[in-house]
Design a protein around this ligand. Structure first.
Ligand SMILES: [Zn+2]
Length: 328
């Protein structure tokens, strides 16, 4: 694993600016150059809502489809595709009750235990209650304060026609409060942003004038967006919706699209960069109910220091510090 130091992962985000040396095991893939000609060792966070690690069985739509990224089962070994390193990740955060989206996502993007901060798990969208936490501690803020370039690759809900999407995620609030530009439908058309449902089928159903893209193309687009910055986040929500709908066929279609998306993405990211895939709580892996689960989630890391980064992650609180240590 080269000279990457695990100590860097345990430092507070604000002081974890230690450069990570290139690994001797790095691939020969070309190194992306930023507009300024700087060598990019980007970190890309890919968030997929509501996918946990549960047992096999008829209730679990991941059983029997052999997804290279998501068919992970309790008490079974799993080797992620393309050399990823897996971290089994607690989503309960030491707080009673079912883990929920607003607090889980706020914890992922800040590294602060948002559920403990509020004293409960908060569902869906954070509104104002988590805004100060997101404004002060998000990776967009803390990495930006280190002089790193950050981006939220998703189109902002405010730009979507008919304003069919009025909700703003924790990560979008974090990006907004850090002063990042809000990506628009024009950015989607130009390949500079993605809707969370990255094929644009749902945008078109809202009446938006955007072309369809394949999951493969969308993965390549996200890699290109991320190559221009030091840290980029992308978020996807339809896996959680499929879990709430308890619809196995839809769940498997979403996972299949994500598999194609992630495979193309990972094939397009340069060999010095890292990709971190995670979720906020279980749901899709148990369609016997339409509720979230208490199961852990999978965090998978790809890149030269993937194994050490994954080894530092045991709960949602550990993801942001790991990313802060990887970002240079
Ligand atoms: Zn969620």
């Amino acid at each position: 694993m080269g000279s990457f130091s695990i100590a860097a992962l345990s430092e507070p985000a604000a002081t974890a600016a230690r450069p990570i040396q290139a690994s001797a095991e790095s691939s020969d893939a070309p190194i992306a150059l930023s507009e300024a000609g700087k060598i990019s060792r980007m970190v890309l966070l890919v968030f997929v809502d509501g996918v946990g690690i549960g047992p096999r069985g008829p209730q679990n739509p991941l059983d029997g489809i052999d997804s290279p990224f998501f068919s992970i089962f309790a008490d079974e070994p799993f080797e992620p595709a393309r050399g990823g390193a897996l971290a089994i990740t607690d989503a309960r955060l030491g707080v009673e009750g079912l883990p929920q989206s607003a607090t889980g996502q706020a914890t992922i993007i800040t590294g602060r235990n948002a559920a403990a901060h509020l004293g409960r798990h908060l569902s869906a969208f954070p509104g104002g209650s988590l805004r100060p936490l997101l404004e002060a501690w998000s990776l967009f803020r803390t990495l930006g304060d280190r002089g790193l370039r950050t981006a939220h690759a998703n189109v902002h809900p405010s730009s979507i026609a008919r304003r069919r999407v009025r909700t703003v995620s924790a990560t979008a609030i974090a990006a907004e409060t850090a002063g990042l530009p809000l990506r628009t439908l024009d950015d989607v058309r130009a390949g500079r942003a993605l809707h969370h449902e990255f094929t644009n089928e749902s945008l078109r159903s809202y009446g938006c004038d955007v072309g369809l893209v394949t999951p493969h193309q969308a993965g390549e687009r996200l890699a290109a967006i991320a190559a221009g910055v030091d840290f980029c986040a992308f978020e996807y929500f339809l896996t959680d919706a499929a879990g709430h709908d308890t619809e196995a066929r839809t769940a498997r279609r979403r996972i299949s699209q994500l598999d194609d998306f992630l495979d193309a993405l990972l094939a397009s990211v340069d060999g010095k960069s890292h990709v971190v895939l995670t979720s906020d709580h279980g749901n899709l892996e148990d369609l016997s109910s339409g509720s979230h689960t208490l199961n852990p989630v999978a965090t998978t890391v790809w890149g030269p220091a993937a194994a050490d980064a994954a080894a530092s992650i045991s709960s949602l609180c550990d993801i942001a510090p790991a990313i802060a240590a990887l970002a240079v």
